[in-house]
Design a binder for this molecule. Sequence first.
Ligand code: AHR
Length: 650
Amino acid sequence: MFCSVALLTCCNTVGTIEQVAVVDVDNPKAPIAETMYGLFFEDINFGADGGLYAELVKNRSFEFDTPLMGWEIEGYNRNSFNLFVLNREKTNPNNPRYIRAIVGEDGCKPLVNNGFRGMGIKEGNGYRFSVLAAVPEGDVTLKVELIDEQGNVLGASSVKPSGSEWQKYQTEFKSSATNTNASLRVSFEGEGIVELDMISLFPTDTWKGRENGLRADIVQLLADMQPGFLRFPGGCIVEGRTLAQRYQWKTTVGPIEDRKLIINRWNTEFAHKFTPDYFQSFGLGFYEYFLLSEDIGAEPLPILNCGMACQYNTGELVPLEEIGPYVQDALDLIEFANGSTDTEWGALRASMGHPEPFNLKYLGIGNEQWGPQFFERYAFFEKAIMEKHPEIIIVSTAGPSVDTDLFYYAQEQLPKYNAPIVDEHFYRSPEWFFENAARYDSYDRDGYIVFAGEYAAQSVGQGNPNNKNNWLTALSEAAFMTGLERNADIVQLSSYAPMLANADAWQWTPDLIWFNNMETYGTPNYYVQKLYATNRGTEVLDMSLAGAPLTGQHGIFATAAYDEPSGEIIIKIVNRNAEDMEFSMELKSEHDVADTARKIVLASDDLEAMNSFEHPTNIAPVESEINTDGKNVTLTLDGQSMTILRIKRN
Ligand code: AHR
């Protein structure tokens, strides 16, 4: 019933779709939500400590299970008499451990920290060392040095703590060289006893130059995407392996030395990527998260624990009669974000530097929870939030994966509740993504708003360490996303997951953005997300070929939008074929349209192709201008490409 595809056999094989696609420009079908394309952050793959959070010192508070993990102390053993780990649990339960060094004639060997797989140091860049210190006895100076693998000094300074009261000391210095595997060395001069905690080193060029800040290069990639929302803190990390190890937002705000460190649940999750040094310092906590969302213009979308530990792990449940504090945490988070400064939590926000509210609108309850145990707990949250904060839009969950028994069970239950938005997850093969471009075309229009909250095409299979961020996965996501946008009336939020991976310390692949301690790059999947987000449009338009939406006929997937602010028609087309394809459209409109169009293409003839530190833009958008014949547009779609056309409607 469809037209034939004529393949010309020449040096460049070009297929032709003889029928003309029609875009109904003047009759928008539905608004496209500003939240349509967002970001999912989880502290997985050293995404926070050792990643986005710019702290260079690993285990700065000595609170890892092994207190000196990350630290090398020449000549130190448990029988050392001049350097100890002390534990003041009774007086400081959140940060009990600290170091006592007895500096005498025999000296005290320096403390050396190699950061998260080496510190990435840049020539000419500033570094801020800080420490909490007390000197109960004597006169001690701390010599602070950045050193390379041979012990050469790249930058140095000193601080001289005094007095037996704990105080913060800090100093700034520059590095004279670039080094990818530098260490911080703290050595002792003088004679006496010195106590140290929170030994910290930050680059001064953090995002917006903030102390306790974030890596500017990573944030820039996020900001460039113009994300509609930022989901945080996950992911399974919300749930924890046990309830005790769940993510509790209240322990992540206030002074950083009071934020209680816990193990990161990805520490021992995968035998193929065992990372015993993976903990959560919460230096990047909920305040920093709200600030980041504000900085990059994204709606914050926190996901909170619903009284259940990860069902893939212990699946511990809080008894219903003890769920009160969990629900209270949700109400208090709303107060922390939005409450006036004379409320308890609003006052804390103000004391941290943000008296204005963060305008939190969305709140997710539970991550990938399933079964009756979820719904009976969820009900408590829904009731309390709707009573106290009817302005908050609640996000519920449809379980770990769509189209499974757990998902169908959730589908039966969800109508009994009032969550307007439901979080669906799919980590599937590229083929699944191509085949599901029409997934939402037949969804119930009277049901919930879809939040495609975690998805990524898996080149091998979910959880497999050999998954790659190759062009095939990105192309399949681009094809699938035409279906998200076409159904913008019911799909209003979506995010690729996970977002970040430290190339030297990851557990999960694929990931949107990869970094090491010096550099970062966006994967082809990142560029797909970025192209969608930065070419979103405000209203979805009907686009059809022979009366049907383009969901893979002739290997073509497409969607169209109108963008009110720019007055442009935005067409997104994915050509899955290896061949270039001649493709024609008629822009049906009573208005004139420009006879040139901006064309943005993301393509590769190699489905295995990837980006890398060496070739960060191997696959990246290429822009050009094409001529159109007014409302009749004919163009050649590159083989295996995603193409965006922006055409002005006069
Ligand atoms: O994105 C990685 C993990 O995949 C998330 O933590 C979890 O929600 C999902 O199973």
